[in-house]
Write a protein that binds this ligand. Structure first.
Ligand code: IPM
Ligand code: MN
Length: 370
């Protein structure tokens, strides 16, 4: 029997629709070559959803997502100026993304920081630092900590404006993401970097305590503890020392963007947000309003998010590998888009759509077999 999957498509804002249009072509190619069917259901999400429907995450979209086997989400958000037209609570970060994560308890965020050897020129780091490319899996806790704590602002007794924001984790929230990180480390090099700030934060003290307990069940995995500030330096000086890294929500937000920095662009960062029952997939970057509508945004992170969905939600590992290979092939053949750094004077610049055309044509060849 043909496997059939229902996928909610939230194309998002600014460059979102442009890169999503390329990503969903992958589903057509797979359906044509493999014994699988996809039903794609578009639903409004983000700033455009607010303007059209009065809500950044409308109820109809929630229903579509509830019924889907997996969710593919494009970047959301507008320029700083344009965002001011939206009430604070409906701005897409607070009004759409965080509620989406909370709704499906997507506690484990996989952010691969990956550059193949042939893509190493994209990195601003020196070749002797990069060596054979970069291959790190950053795992970020995604539904706890400061981003989800209670928030309050007001005037204090001295008449000064003040703010109070809380960071809370219970041991179960910490344990569940650490278990995922240890499992991934076991599947890779059995080396796990635990990123924390236990010299200052009590939350890190508890985090590390729970880590020691979970480690009992994964004694074949080596744990290396590193303070988050030192980790930021180490990522630049010697990224090759890292394999799997795990950290709480805000540390992961910041270090994963630094990951994009050492790759040369956040446009090279797809991601997976995994919950107990549902997962959604999204680029790690924002909606880049400055380059929207120009047909120059690279769709790698969006197409890569599809590859992660194929593997992690549908167990289609070899098809996912074919998608990655197809994208690498396009870069290796000397093509790139204008938003990424050029490899050399010979780099052939193509548009978002032409980049998609090339990925799709390689993918069709790979799936058709020899
Ligand atoms: C990310 C983004 C989000 C976050 C924002 C848009 C809410 O920066 O996915 O990294 O902070 O998690
Ligand atoms: Mn971020």
């Amino acid at each position: 029997m043909t496997n059939a999957y229902k996928i909610a498509i939230l194309e998002g804002d600014a460059i979102g629709p442009e890169i999503m249009a390329q990503a969903i072509r992958v589903f057509d190619v797979l359906a044509a070559h493999c014994d699988v069917a996809f039903e794609l259901i578009n639903a409004p999400f983000g700033a455009s959803a607010y303007f059209d429907h009065g809500k950044a995450f409308p109820d109809e979209t929630k229903t579509v997502c509830d019924r889907a086997d997996a969710i593919l989400k494009g970047p959301v958000g507008l320029s700083h100026e344009a965002s001011k037209k939206i009430p604070v609570d409906e701005q897409p970060e607070r009004g759409a993304i965080l509620p989406l994560r909370a709704r499906y308890n997507t506690f484990a965020n996989f952010r691969p920081i990956f550059l193949s050897k042939d893509m190493a020129h994209f990195s601003p780091l020196k070749p002797e630092v990069i060596k054979g490319g970069i291959d790190i899996l950053l795992i970020r806790e995604l539904v706890g900590g400061l981003y989800f704590g209670s928030k309050k602002r007001g005037i204090n007794g001295a008449g000064l404006r003040y703010v109070h924001e809380t960071l809370e984790y219970d041991e179960e929230q910490i344990r569940q993401v650490l278990v995922v990180a240890f499992e991934q480390a076991r599947l890779r090099k059995r080396r796990l970097h635990n990123i924390h700030k236990s010299n200052v934060l009590m939350s890190s003290v508890l985090w590390n305590e729970v880590l020691d307990e979970v480690h009992e069940d994964f004694q074949d995995v080596e744990v290396i503890h590193l303070l988050v500030d030192a980790a930021a330096t180490a990522l630049c000086l010697n990224p090759g020392q890292f394999d799997v890294m795990v950290m709480e929500n805000m540390f992961g937000d910041i270090l994963s963007d630094q990951g994009g920095g050492i790759l040369g662009s956040l446009g090279l960062m797809p991601s997976a947000c995994i919950g107990p029952e549902k997962a959604y997939y999204e680029p790690s970057h924002g909606s880049a309003p400055d380059i929207a509508g120009k047909n120059i945004a690279n769709p790698y992170s969006m197409i890569g998010s599809v590859a992660m969905m194929l593997e992690m939600s549908f167990g289609m590992r070899s098809e996912a590998d074919a998608v990655w290979n197809a994208m690498r092939n396009v870069f290796e053949s000397g093509y790139s888009t204008a938003d990424l750094i050029a490899a050399s004077d010979e780099t052939k610049l193509v548009s978002t759509v032409e980049f998609g055309d090339r990925v799709i044509s390689h993918l069709s060849e790979l799936l058709a077999g020899p």
